[in-house]
Design a binder for this molecule. Sequence first.
Ligand code: AMP
Length: 249
Amino acid sequence: MKILVAIKRVIDANVRVRVRSDGAGVEMANVKMAMNPFCEIAVEEAVRLQEAGKAREIVAVSVGAGNCQDILRTALAIGADRAILVETDLETQPLGVAKTLRALAEREKPDLFMLGKQAVDDDNNQTGQMLAALLGWPQGTFASKVEPVDGRVNVMREIDGGLETVSLKLPAVITTDLRLNEPRYVKLPNIMKAKKKRLDIVKPVDLGVDLAPRLKIVKVAEPSKRKAGIKVESAQALVDKLRNEAKVI
Ligand code: AMP
């Protein structure tokens, strides 16, 4: 099985994000960037499938500026075999990325395309679903377990009422949820080895895709400040406030 894994470069999940004073976006200057956590889970899962003898090649792909090479090198250090950067200075948006990934799928012919369930910068949760629709492939979203069996892959998904398992015919698209795995700590020798692995850079025009943004961010604002809490004297007083003031029980 050949697996393509899409990874996005986002603000490091441990950084406290600040809104720019002009309200046009968030502060990006001198901010630590990293691989989107759900994408890291997708890379880890692909590598585990390869280690279990169920995948033969893993290709990590990213769409973005030249500095996305750093997260591609991280994916190579986790265990991906090679990487492709589709280089653009334009802001990437779900439909444009999905069209780019479709073009890569047509070129690379993977059996499985793995993505994160969402990128934590804009929380769109759209790209995997759009990609599956564009390719006409089955999709297993919010995966918490992935098991390939005889030309199919079983995906356990987290849904409102609990867990659901779907059986997808390959080729298919899978998006990863938090509980799928815990990504490994990358060791120095693997970081060194990753430097020598192949990383190709292509331009969107080479793939015949147009990444011009279609969505416009109108305004970005901080969430409203949390009001100070109060101390109540007893559990009974708490229940009373929840019932009669907050009206939540
Ligand atoms: P989103 O739909 O933006 O929440 O992103 C969901 C997933 O799509 C991410 O976890 C990535 O796997 C993939 N994705 C989104 N944007 C990009 C990008 N610029 N490059 C590569 N993969 C991306």
